[in-house]
Ligand binder design. Structure first.
Ligand SMILES: Cc1cc2nc3c(=O)[nH]c(=O)nc-3n(C[C@H](O)[C@H](O)[C@H](O)COP(=O)(O)O)c2cc1C
Length: 195
């Protein structure tokens, strides 16, 4: 598990090889083992394989990116990350053979726990996918166009669209992740004593 967490990465380029239902089910099962407030388990997963729906979801991402998100991200993201996100949002994410749309059932969770009850499941999903050799990336770009995503996936208005996770076999190796050292983010007793 520790080794797995070291190499879990955002993958934005996929081969066109399919992902079986059996593999998808293992990943979803892992997601549903996550904790949630009051054990409400408000998550909803729509697995999209249809080429036309994936293309439409890809178009939503592209429009959100080109309609303002790219401008917002320029100067904020490191150049290599910006280029990767750009390539993903303008085409390569849509090429993943499976898109998992993650929703939160607002009838099953308090509004203030939507994120905290859904993202543990998303993290489980990402780790399980990595363990099986799949590439995956947590994206929220499409969630900015929730009505459109709901229309494409048949989700009810009471389902908040939280994330879209493209899944597929990675087209290239990603290497280890780069993260701030513990000495910058962890402290002993009080926040003026770095780890
Ligand atoms: C809340 C959240 C939203 C994200 N949204 C997007 C997104 O819309 N598009 C995208 O390509 N990546 C998205 N990412 C992925 C991040 O860019 C990625 O996790 C981060 O750069 C670390 O990447 P690494 O694990 O490969 O180092 C998102 C990640 C999080 C946690």
């Amino acid at each position: 598990m520790f080794e797995l967490m070291e190499r879990q990465r955002a993958c934005r380029r996929f081969t066109d090889a399919d992902v079986s239902d059996e593999v998808v089910e293992r990943v979803l099962r892992a997601a549903t083992r996550a904790p949630s407030a009051e054990n409400a388990q408000p998550w909803v997963f729509v697995v999209v394989r249809s080429a036309s729906t994936r293309a439409a979801l890809g178009e939503i991402m592209r429009q959100a990116w080109e309609g303002g998100a790219r401008r917002f991200s320029e100067g904020r993201l490191a150049p290599a990350l910006l280029a990767d996100v750009d390539q993903g949002a303008t085409g390569s994410l849509a090429e993943a053979p499976v898109h998992v749309v993650v929703g939160a059932d607002l009838d099953r969770c308090l509004p203030q726990t939507v994120g905290s009850s859904i993202f543990p499941a998303v993290q489980n999903l990402l780790l399980a996918a990595t363990d099986l050799g799949l590439g995956s990336v947590l994206t929220t770009l499409a969630a900015t166009q929730a009505d459109e995503v709901r229309r494409l996936t048949g989700l009810a208005p009471t389902i908040d669209v939280v994330a879209l996770i493209p899944l597929g076999w990675p087209a290239r190796a990603l290497g280890p992740s780069s993260r701030r050292p513990l000495s910058e983010v962890a402290f002993r007793e009080t926040a003026d004593h770095p780890w």
